[in-house]
Write a protein that binds this ligand. Structure first.
Ligand code: GDP
Length: 453
């Protein structure tokens, strides 16, 4: 039997939510809550708000609030649960929690409610991981993807593929282990067709992780350019407010400035950098070195050039750094007479956007180009994008083992060879659904959650 846990499940705001789960959850709330209708919470119907007052162990009133009970097993955790909807101050919520603790309830650990839901079979592991994604989503699209995964967008197809492989392996075992029984013979062509289908599906899912991670974490994006090209102005225009210091003194931005910018469906994690130029100032040089390193690690470079000047030596540093990277050339200051010859830029960049960071001209074009350059231009975020590194690794392993089983089936190897690799794929898929995952991995996954979920 599990002990009863409770935690504050809301973050700030005028109303605060306390949740309790476990055998004693309803009993504990019944003891500290007096319903206005005079009835006991022990007798209250499930999922119905009851108004009343909350009291500490000495009977002192803490709050007037709502209580609600949920009867096992039809609850989030699968256990008896109760919730208190209190006024949201920390003082009230902490006293309410203490009143529950006085009834033998203990503080829930990080993610313990969802962990119990998983252990009680209410959620698969990939669905539980999606709960975390949903809570931490930073864009509507990331949330959309996460909620679809919480409803099984990853877990269901993985479970289905796993069951098909288990069916195939069971048949192979039956034929090999009971040669005298009247069992349908192994049809290697059918097995190969199943393995082929499954292999391609698994690779496609594993490969979606690159885009899924960008959706969840945002696109690391660096603004590079020589001093005074207009990098800080561009960052400020992207942000719609003054963040970086804009001056006409070269070398003003010496360190990295990082900001999150929402561009359509994307979150850009933009870093403004020290202008690239030859300098004898060691502090400025350190900033330039960091800019170069940051650019290597970024998914997108916005290379800013001053359109009112001819291309100079310092711009060459930018061209060199952007080579081989996903990059957009921004020809800034189009509001001034233009001196920059775009021919050279065309040799180095697929995308060139003339704009004025100062007036905003051309910004729309830049904003529409960014998602396309990243490869996230279109997309319904229906949960199809894998956003979780653990799941992506397990999918890739499953795909490789499935492909090996396919090779064995096609090349006329013994059934044993097919079975061995197919079983490897089944185990890897079980790590995603939670069937074959170790206790240590489960603990690590839920320790990333916040307390109260
Ligand atoms: P950074 O050193 O590349 O970060 O450049 P800043 O953003 O600090 O800009 C340098 C100077 O260029 C400032 O005086 C800006 O006001 C000016 N500037 C930036 N963008 C534009 C633009 O689009 N048009 C014009 N006319 N001036 C700009």
């Amino acid at each position: 039997m599990n002990d009863t846990i409770a935690a504050i499940s809301s973050a700030g705001g005028p109303i605060g939510l306390i949740r309790a789960s476990g055998e004693q959850a309803i009993q504990a709330v019944d003891t500290i809550f007096r319903a206005k209708n005079g009835k006991r919470m022990l007798d209250a119907p499930g999922q119905k708000l009851v108004y009343g007052t909350l009291h500490d162990k000495n009977g002192k009133m803490i709050d007037c609030c709502y209580a609600v009970v949920f009867h096992a097993p039809h609850t989030y955790t699968g256990e008896s649960m109760a919730e208190l909807q209190c006024h949201g101050s920390t003082a009230v919520l902490q006293q309410a929690l203490d009143a529950l603790f006085a009834q033998g309830v203990r503080q829930a650990e990080a993610g313990e409610f969802t962990r119990r839901a998983f252990l009680n079979g209410k959620l698969g592991l990939s669905e539980a991981e999606a709960v975390h994604d949903l809570i931490t989503a930073r864009t509507a699209e990331a949330a959309q993807n996460a909620v679809a995964q919480m409803m099984g967008a990853v877990g269901s197809p993985v479970q289905q593929m796993r069951e098909e492989l288990i069916g195939m392996v069971a048949h192979f075992h039956a034929v090999v282990d009971f040669p005298d029984e009247d069992i349908d013979p192994i049809l290697f062509d059918d097995a190969a067709a199943l393995l082929h289908r499954t292999t391609s599906r698994l690779y496609a899912m594993a490969e979606s992780y690159e885009r899924g991670r960008i959706l969840r974490e945002g696109v690391p994006c660096v603004i590079l350019g020589r001093p005074n090209a207009g990098k800080s102005t561009l960052l400020n225009t992207l942000l719609g407010r003054e963040r970086a210091i804009v001056t006409d003194i070269p070398g003003t931005t010496r360190d990295l400035i990082e900001e999150n910018v929402k561009v359509g469906q994307l979150l850009l994690r933009v870093t403004d950098t020290a202008g690239l130029r030859d300098t004898t100032d060691p502090i400025e040089q350190a900033g330039i070195d960091r800019a170069m390193a940051e650019a290597s690690a970024s998914a997108l470079i916005l290379a800013v050039f001053d359109g009112s000047q001819p291309i100079g030596d310092e711009d060459m540093l930018v061209l060199a750094r952007a080579a081989g990277h996903r990059a957009i050339a921004v020809v800034n200051k189009v509001d001034l007479p233009q001196q920059l010859d775009e021919k050279l830029l065309k040799k180095h960049f697929l995308h060139i956007v003339p704009l004025s960071a100062k007036t905003g001209t051309g910004m729309d074009k830049l904003l529409s180009l960014i998602p396309r350059t990243i490869g996230l231009g279109d997309g319904a975020f229906d949960g199809a994008l894998i956003t979780n590194a653990r799941q992506a690794a397990a999918l890739a392993r499953a795909a490789e083992r499935c492909e090996a089983a396919l090779y064995a089936a096609q090349s006329g190897m013994t059934p044993d060879a097919v079975v061995m690799d197919a079983e490897g794929a089944i185990a890897a898929l079980g790590e995603i659904t939670g069937e074959t995952v170790t206790e240590a991995v489960v603990s690590r996954i839920f320790s990333d959650f916040c307390v109260g979920k």
